[in-house]
Design a protein around this ligand. Sequence first.
Ligand code: ATP
Ligand code: MN
Length: 495
Amino acid sequence: MNNPQSSATDSNAQTQESELRPSPLSVAEARRAEAVGRHIVLKGWVRTRRDSKAGFSFIEINDGSCFGNVQVIADSHLPNYESEIKRLSPGCSIAVTGSVKASPGKGQATEVQAAEVAVLGTADVESYPLQKKGHSLEFLRTIAHLRPRTNTFGAVARVRNCVCNSIHQYFQERGFIYVHTPVITASDCEGAGAMFQVTTLLDKQRSPLPKAPEAENATPAPGLDFSLDFFNRPAYLTVSGQLEAETFACGLGKTYTFGPTFRAENSNTPRHLAEFWMIEPEVAFCDLYGDMELAEGLLKRIFSDVLEKCAEDMQFFNERIDKTVIEILQHVIGSQFLRVSYTEAVDILNSSGQKFEFPTAWGNDLQAEHERYLTEKHFGQPVILYDYPRTIKPFYMRVNDDGRTVRAMDVLVPKVGEIIGGSQREERLDVLEARMREQGLDPAGYWWYVDLRRYGTVPHAGFGLGLERVIQFITGMANIRDVIPFPRTPGNAEF
Ligand code: ATP
Ligand code: MN
């Protein structure tokens, strides 16, 4: 394009050239029937190689763009056939230039006839851990850096991506404002322990702190003085963005957060992580019933999007992980979530004739065994429990007129149990302060939160949806460690 006068002929030449130049396609694109006849470049990792006696090899490659592979046919006339192609093994990365043909084989619309196969990276047959198929999920956790190349983790990652996209769309279409609440916080949302502390006091190199000159000679030792710490106070990784989200809801109306949350509980269960992702809508002028509607609508939207957009991945989960997942999702999308009060739930448990490890008296918190009995055995579908005893719920939940219960709700689903926990918030200043004191908290320590009730208070409600729990429910993956890229659990943070 140096000479403007020749631009017409240049662009002509360019069109011709681009028709000849192979277009880069993903495996997902190359597998579609529309790709037949196109001259393409395809890059990915070898899943398998089979050599035919008739003088060519079949190479299955995958690039993560979809569940299925593309079959590449590499002819023995290719110059590097003996030296490289016939040595390709699982895990090798290659770039194939060739043309897409309709496939005579079953189960695939297309295949690629290679004109050129460039080997980008080899993978030693002896040491590559994914040489063979069928590794256990436990083993794959020990190679978390390579498991994205497996069928299962590819499918989980694509479903997880679809769920996140769906969540944003659901809220954005309804005018919700996405708010980023802090990861480091000085307030404990649940009014209980189980938080990771954030401090630089232990790092003598980085003390003294700029704001606290008296720290100059201080040796932070057993009795740590947090007034000398980075934030001049104890600070933690957040367990929930709710309190901060409430400040935005009480100004912007409809908001949601979507970020990482941390719990230092030593719970070694298949449903708990020390670091997980939570979606927390917070809505002004909304009561508990509106909150339930929002939760039910969100879950149904996520489920139908996944069934539609990740059909091939869901087929895999249904065949190989849990034969009921698709049917359950379809059923859930088509039915109304039940709404059952805590008191009714306790009555059901008490008259169930079922033996539970933990007692089911009114006033006790429901354990996973109770939640699962209700949603799996008794109702056989998702159920929203509401109006829990005030003594077992945090200070910010609105006290009902009966004085004994609060406007809390939990959404329970079969197999996973609690997937959402939410409430209508206490908007009355005097009641909120009394509730804080009742729980041994000083309202002064939460002055900014209390201020929301002092100035223009409004009824409002919200909930927290655990991203990993919803992915477990969708995919049927039994262990939460297998639905997050790099699970953090007690004693486990290597990758
Ligand atoms: P559970 O009783 O199951 O331990 P919770 O009542 O402590 O959960 P909430 O504080 O209500 O949980 O958090 C809201 C949501 O976040 C839960 O409904 C769940 O989906 C998810 N969640 C809570 N804790 C964890 C965790 N440790 N790992 C993964 N997800 C979690
Ligand atoms: Mn909860």
